[in-house]
Write a protein that binds this ligand. Sequence first.
Ligand code: SF4
Length: 335
Amino acid sequence: MTGELPYLDLRTHLQRRFGRRVQKIALDAGFTCPNRDGTLGVGGCLYCNARGSGTGAFRRGLSLTAQLEAAAAGLTRRYGPCAFIAYFQGFTNTYGPVERLRALYEEALAFPGVVGLSVGTRPDCVPDEVLELLAGYARTRLVWLELGLQSAHDATLQRLNRGHDVACFTEAVHRAAARGLEVVAHVILGLPGEGREEMLATARYLGGLPLQGVKPHLLYVVQGSGLAGLYAAGEYQPLTEEEFVTLTVDFLEHLPPHLVIHRLTGDPHPQELVAPRWCLNKNRMLARLRQEFAQRGSRQGSRWPNPAAENALAPLRSLAPPPAGGKAAPQDAGS
Ligand code: SF4
């Protein structure tokens, strides 16, 4: 834990691990997603649009090496000499023949200064042969497998049209961890039908898994997503900034202190963002989070129970199903 921040942030973790500044470079390798290409569905997840969080660089004809060159030059100008993690971000970055994956990952690993890979994907797209491929790199490099979960509630995952359930995520985490891979869970706060108790149960569930890190962020509405339709119809309201700050601090207090917090803010494209606009001011969000921790006198893990005495799945079983419909449940912003 850093002396300044009340949570274990990624920059501090990387500085300690590598002894120098390490920056992630987001790559677009031209993948698609089974939840969009018809294999599982065509509409995608409720909050996702046709860009799938990708940069669009692949469609503009930029190779991985060209993307790395451009980003590395900019980062070096800004920060001075640093190392890089090649982050396969857009869509589902394990969705393809293993030989294609190998070629892409190894192109990135061969770039000067790249010390590791971070691969974002779905928990139902990590067959053993892909895990073995990544585990091979992990013997000498940093490798993170970033798995999308979003919520530890099956009813929410169905509402989001995720196309997998919580058990699928649990199983994928254990298969990856058994091979020595470091797994990072993606979760979203403010999902339709969820209130504070559902979000805290997700934190407790994550705390019971062999994870390296967590990426929580706010649900925001982007153009072209199913969520944008709900928002336009008045059937979904994003969290207010106040609710986000309170819930995020609650969430981090319920996570174990050893989990690295890879991110606390999303990165919506300003032109695509429908709501809430306040989330574009990341510095203010982070300052408000620190302020809330300071006012409470708490930190990440403050309310994490002794894992040995906790059945992390018990809260999930005891929760009533989230309310039907698309509106976010009222938030308990005061606690
Ligand atoms: S969020 Fe990820 S898994 Fe869902 S549709 Fe978009 S790219 Fe696919």
